[in-house]
Write a protein that binds this ligand. Structure first.
Ligand SMILES: Cc1cc2nc3c(=O)[nH]c(=O)nc-3n(C[C@H](O)[C@H](O)[C@H](O)COP(=O)(O)OP(=O)(O)OC[C@H]3O[C@@H](n4cnc5c(N)ncnc54)[C@H](O)[C@@H]3O)c2cc1C
Ligand SMILES: NC(=O)c1ccc[n+]([C@@H]2O[C@H](COP(=O)([O-])OP(=O)(O)OC[C@H]3O[C@@H](n4cnc5c(N)ncnc54)[C@H](OP(=O)(O)O)[C@@H]3O)[C@@H](O)[C@H]2O)c1
Length: 247
């Protein structure tokens, strides 16, 4: 199997000074929403690659990736320079276990993201699976500032499509907001503000939680969920928490 396929950049959408969505036309084997592909670029005669979650549902094209430009980051400093028509390398196959087929049955699905970690959940929410498998779906999406809350139109569209079953809970931690929750996700679980806002109990008996993004958020949220009786899901030892850390 080839290590890389060569794709074409269709374009980039810039959300603010650091956040971008990259659109790519490329061959990729069938994959599950929630999985990531490796993108590669030749830099100074050497190929460097990094994993990125697919944001488009598997049956939609072009391939879409949502990323943050890390100042001095070896890969993203090159990625931001790409323009329509440029070549980009992509792994022929996507990988990852943060997919709905790995999640045990439950009544409620909580999708918890910081920053660019919202991407794989947007891919899942654009498939039939969450709506076939769960009565209610809550998307919790935490960022520092208003300008970092990307994909609001796509999320509003989900609310229109599933008004009784989809709940969106944004957090903005470093600016005052009239619509988003203040502070951090784990604190809002501990003092029950998250449940109050979602209008739904976060209980291990009937909930599955998927988390993606900042590893410290994943770790801190895991701790407060474990205190509530949740445990990490493993195929051989089923639980209620499935995670993906981005760094
Ligand atoms: C499974 C997996 C999936 C990933 N999917 C995505 C994705 O969809 N979008 C995306 O932007 N990144 C994603 N990443 C991170 C990505 O692979 C790169 O690490 C990142 O784009 C930075 O690359 P870099 O070479 O510029 O800097 P690196 O040297 O790779 O990273 C430098 C530092 O930047 C910070 N950082 C890295 N990624 C992020 C991030 N996403 N948000 C905030 N800070 C970050 C960390 O502090 C890290 O130590 C994913 C990582 C993994 C392991
Ligand atoms: N955003 C910027 O302006 C900026 C500037 C320079 C560099 N960076 C770099 O970019 C990366 C950050 O990525 P990002 O912009 O997506 O922001 P982030 O730091 O991952 O923050 C996103 C959201 O997660 C919250 N969070 C952070 N740690 C948490 C924890 N332990 N538990 C629960 N919630 C937590 C943040 O709250 P808090 O606000 O309370 O932390 C914020 O609401 C870092 O590597 C950083 O060094 C960011």
């Amino acid at each position: 199997m080839a290590v890389w396929n060569t794709g074409k950049v269709i374009g980039q959408k810039q959300w603010n000074d650091r956040l971008f969505s990259l659109f790519v036309e490329a061959e990729i084997e069938p994959y599950e929403a929630g999985q990531f592909a490796k993108l590669g670029l030749e830099v100074d005669g050497e190929i460097i690659g990094r994993p990125y979650s697919l944001v488009n549902a598997p049956d939609r094209r072009p391939l879409e990736f949502y990323y943050i430009h890390v100042p001095d980051g070896p890969f993203t400093s090159q990625l931001v320079k790409l323009q329509q028509g440029d070549d980009i390398l992509i792994s022929p196959r996507a990988n990852g276990f943060m997919v709905l087929d790995e999640v045990p049955p439950a009544k409620h699905l909580w999708l918890v993201a910081t920053g660019t970690g919202v991407g794989p959940f947007l891919a899942m929410l654009d498939t039939q699976k969450p709506w076939q498998r769960f009565e209610k779906v809550v998307l919790v999406y935490a960022v520092r500032t208003h300008s970092e809350l990307s994909y609001q139109e796509r999320i509003a569209n989900l609310q229109t499509l599933h008004p009784e079953r989809f709940t969106y809970v944004p957090f903005i931690s470093r600016e005052v907001s009239s619509f988003a929750m203040p502070g951090r996700i784990p604190d809002a679980i501990v003092d029950n503000r998250l449940e109050a806002r979602a209008g739904l109990l976060l209980a291990a008996e009937d909930s599955q939680v998927m988390m993606c993004g900042n590893p410290q958020m994943v770790e801190d949220t895991m701790k407060v969920l474990v205190d509530r009786g949740f445990k990490k899901h493993r195929r051989k030892d089923p639980g209620q928490i499935t995670v993906e850390s981005y760094w």
